[in-house]
Design a protein around this ligand. Structure first.
Ligand code: ZN
Length: 418
């Protein structure tokens, strides 16, 4: 279940960054410090002490005091730290503008999902998040080529995005020769034309793929009918370094732009290690079960939760964009306590969502506590031995999970009728 823990960590990390993205200071007074593992904490502290001294020159009294108290807060926290954790640590501190001419001092400490490479100190009206946001980007690239004897298309799969880059057509004559030509001569000319086309495909494809950072290029997928793709691969028409990177040949029926998508679909049936392919597979399975006779699929928080608690869930699916929290709220006039589930927009904080008035007296509700639904259901899933999958919205079926199914769904072990 280590994979679920990683996925949950990534989800949490992303949610934290989104929360910070929405925060700003009223002046240049939000402090961000990114500390790599190998950075001496004493060096950080002495730099912060310098910054503290320099802050005395800030003209606005409020800004000056806010910057200094942020630095104070960070320094006092660092006093107990010997060394940053393996991935480093990011500390965000400052007087956050909470509207109505008010600010609130906040300190947020984040242990990132990948290593912080370089030390950064930053003081501005917003937090420095880009180095951490980059950790969420999938920089892996696959080269894509689909071809037959008439047409070829080259593209890239970057993270989960398909980029078509080059389309080529050939002048290879059809199989029917015209009258007056000898069969042998016709055949020879046709073969020359085919070889020329393969050469041209090889040159253009190499030209495009050689520009990809070699350590990011995970492999090259080749698609097309047989025997075209086999001829192309065995004829070694690609640059020799790229030729080594061909990781699969797949039957596809289109060789235009849509063939690139078909190629990924075909490859995803056999290649589990590619995220987008894996997520696509999970979504395809969900869709199949949803329309299938055994009704082994369900969606929506209520239905998923009930199936999960019965132990009927095989795979729990969350959209990476799902932000859903259950709040325990109390009416400030009649003291009624209830629970409400709120969805909030990406990039906002759940605490900013507006609450409905009390249903019994119309009084104002106050929040007593929060439960993140993703965390809660993930925990139940682990107890029940259900798999958990987080699905991004960067591809069509993934976006559908969020938009058509509310971001939460399940593939079932057996049908419960729920
Ligand atoms: Zn009330």
């Amino acid at each position: 279940m280590a994979k679920t823990a990683d996925q949950l960590k990534r989800y949490e990390f992303r949610t934290q960054l989104e929360g910070l993205r929405g925060k700003s200071g009223r002046g240049t007074e939000l402090v961000s410090i990114l500390i790599p593992h190998d950075k001496q904490i004493s060096d950080v502290t002495s730099q912060l002490r310098d910054e503290y001294g320099q802050a005395a020159n800030i003209k606005s009294k409020t800004t000056r005091l806010n910057v200094q108290s942020a630095l104070d807060s960070v320094m006092s926290r660092l006093r107990f730290v010997q060394r940053a954790p393996l991935n480093g640590v990011a500390i965000y501190c400052g007087a956050i503008d909470i509207g109505g001419n008010k600010t609130e001092m906040e300190t947020i400490i984040i242990e990132p999902i990948k290593q912080i490479k370089s030390y950064k100190y930053h003081c501005s009206s917003s937090f420095l998040l880009e180095p951490l946001e980059e950790m969420l980007m999938d920089t892996r690239v696959y080269g894509l080529l689909v071809l037959d004897r008439r047409e070829a298309t080259v593209g890239l799969l970057k993270g989960k995005i398909v980029q078509p880059l080059k389309h080529m057509t050939s002048s290879v004559p059809g199989k029917q020769r015209q009258g007056g030509q000898s069969a042998m001569r016709f055949q020879r000319l046709r073969e020359i034309a085919i070889t020329d086309f393969y050469k041209r495909i090889g040159e253009h494809t190499s030209e495009i793929l050689i520009q990809v950072e070699p350590k990011e290029l995970q492999g090259i997928l080749v698609g097309g009918p047989s025997p075209t793709k086999e001829e192309f691969v065995s004829g070694e028409y690609l640059h020799h370094e790229l030729q080594q990177k061909i990781i699969g040949k797949f039957d596809v029926s289109y060789t235009d732009e849509s063939g690139l998508y078909e190629l990924i679909d075909r490859a995803s049936e056999t290649m589990q290690n590619v995220d987008v392919m894996h997520e696509k597979q999970v979504m395809n399975r969900f869709m199949r079960e949803l329309v299938g006779e055994k009704s082994l699929a369900t969606y929506g928080e209520e239905h998923v939760r009930r199936n999960l608690e019965m132990g009927a869930v095989d795979t729990l699916l969350f959209s990476e964009d799902l932000r859903m929290t259950r709040l325990r709220v109390r009416c400030s006039s009649c003291n009624t306590i209830t629970e409400v589930t709120v969805r909030y927009r990406l990039g906002t904080d759940v605490r900013d969502s507006s609450l409905k008035a009390c249903s019994s007296c119309g009084g104002e509700m106050e929040v007593l506590g929060y439960v993140d639904i993703v965390h809660e259901l993930t925990e139940t899933a682990e107890n029940m031995g259900s798999r958990v999958e987080f699905i991004s919205t960067d591809f069509e079926e993934g976006a559908q999970l969020m938009n058509a199914f509310g971001g939460i769904a399940a593939i079932l072990r057996y049908s419960t009728g729920i």
